[in-house]
Design a protein around this ligand. Structure first.
Ligand code: ARG
Length: 468
């Protein structure tokens, strides 16, 4: 049923309309249920805009005072849950402005001079996101610290390193944990650089073409903590790269968390038994009384799918939009808000979980006695001690592995006779060196698992990442 436009509606664009939007239109058009999260930023940006209008003699000092007081009052009302939200008023920008007019009368109608919701929404979202990115940086720092602290006490904890999830070479737990510190470090670098890259103000671009009023964009940009105004008003209102970059960052953090979660899940299963899961991050089964399931890690792994989905959603929304603003862009917010919240939550769960995990170092050591973990050390020793070319050493060692397999023992358990049967040149000096400890110690190339390397890396990582 069509309805005549309600002349008393507070919606600002009704002037040229004869009929009201349909109920379903009101519903899909409204973003207030999720963009109300931007209210503080909308008010900060409105205050900066009003102050600039006053400094440019577009409104008077008296008027400015009333506008600022009205905005402060609205902020309090929203904070105290006193604002009535209404789908017909679409979004947070219209709600704040409509309430201002209610509070201070016709003067409130001047606030939108030289401004549009297009530059407003881009500005509010940018300020909100900049703050969120800084919070994410802090949370990542905490996570790195949890990992480094675990590494510090596990410099000599031997475990199998895997490739293809097959036992490969011995490493230390500290070395393994520090790999994640580096991954989250790259995320933090990426985060810092994206904050810098996007810290330019859209405000004052108005709808798309700029404004005929004598505004001062440098002033609002400065006031709101931006480096300078964006130099092209069309780009300023249609750019969502700052959101796409943050969604990409959330994906990267999430896949790093997901890989660590996958390891926690594997390590807590009886096949590995490398860790005891803390009760606080596990759940039980409703039927199997013995179960303790790694739910927190599984949820982090699962949620990475959702964060990647949000990234794909916004890329799809943006890919064919003509310049400048289109309403499609309102669809940027739910994926953004969801990814930021999910990423913050999952980082924090992981930090706390890492602190509480108990490592079964004896089980880790025991698994080093599988999969002929020292085979590369044998090959390396043939090269170093006998001058055998590496490819030949590899072949000889392969034969030793086959021999050990046949005897159902590990390569380092073969006796000197077995070694000599495969290659006469092998002597006790070589055989005696094939130990776990030597293997780890000998890998002292830069970045390698040698405990002295790792000790230095821990000091370096602490200084680089956790010095605030
Ligand atoms: N709620 C809108 C958004 O989030 C604000 C911009 C509306 N602009 C417009 N021209 N209808 O994108």
């Amino acid at each position: 049923m069509k309805k005549k436009i309600n002349k008393k509606s507070k919606n600002f664009w009704r002037g040229r309309f004869i009929e009201s939007p349909s109920e379903t239109m009101v519903r899909i058009n409204s973003s207030i249920s999720f963009d109300k999260i931007l209210y503080e930023k909308d008010i900060i940006a409105s205050k900066a805009h009003a102050t600039m209008l006053c400094n440019q003699n577009i409104i008077t000092k008296e008027e400015l005072k009333k506008v600022l007081n009205g905005l402060t009052k609205i902020e309090k009302e929203i904070k105290q849950n006193k604002m009535q939200f209404n789908d017909e008023l679409e979004d947070i920008h219209t709600h704040v402005e409509a309430r201002l007019i209610e509070l201070i009368g016709a003067l409130g109608k001047k606030l939108h001079t030289a401004r549009s919701r297009n530059d407003q929404v881009a500005t509010d979202t940018k300020i909100w996101l900049r703050e969120q990115n800084k919070i994410i940086d802090k949370y990542l720092e905490n996570l790195q610290l949890s990992l480094i602290e675990k590494a510090e006490t596990n410099i000599f904890t031997y475990m199998p390193g895997f490739t293809h999830l097959q036992v490969a070479q011995p490493i230390t737990l500290a070395h393994h944990l520090l790999a994640y510190v580096n991954m989250f470090g790259r995320d933090r670098d990426n985060n810092k650089s994206l904050i810098e890259r996007h810290n330019y103000s859209p405000l004052g671009s108005a709808a798309l073409a700029g404004t005929s009023f004598n505004i001062n964009r440098d002033e609002t940009s400065n006031n709101l903590g931006f480096k300078s105004p964006m130099s092209n008003s069309i780009d300023a209102v249609s750019d969502r790269d700052f959101i796409l970059d943050s969604l990409n960052l959330c994906c990267s953090i999430s896949i790093h968390l997901s890989r660590l979660s996958e390891e926690i899940i594997l390590w807590s299963s009886p096949g590995f038994d490398f860790i005891n899961l803390p009760d606080t991050f596990s759940t039980g089964s409703s039927i199997m009384p013995q179960k303790k399931n790694p739910d927190a890690a599984e949820l982090i792994r699962g949620k990475s799918g959702r964060v990647i989905g949000n990234y794909v959603t916004l890329f799809n929304i943006m890919k064919a939009l003509p310049l400048a603003y289109s309403k499609d862009m309102q669809e940027d917010k739910e994926p953004l808000f969801d990814s930021i919240q999910t990423t913050k939550d999952t980082i924090n769960v992981m930090s706390e979980m890492i602190k509480e995990i108990k490592f079964n170092t004896d089980k880790m050591l025991k698994m080093c006695n599988k999969g002929h973990i020292n085979a590369t050390d044998v090959a390396d020793a043939l090269v170093a001690e006998l001058g055998v070319p590496f490819r030949d050493a590899h072949m000889i060692t392969g034969k030793l592995v086959a021999k050990a397999d046949k005897k159902k023992i590990q390569i380092h358990e073969l006796n000197i006779k077995d070694f000599k049967k495969v290659d006469k040149r092998i002597n006790n000096k070589i055989v005696d060196k094939i130990t776990l400890k030597a293997s780890v110690k000998n890998r002292d190339s830069y970045g390698g698992t040698n405990p002295e390397n790792i000790r230095k890396e821990i000091i370096f990582s602490k200084e680089k990442w956790c010095n605030d």
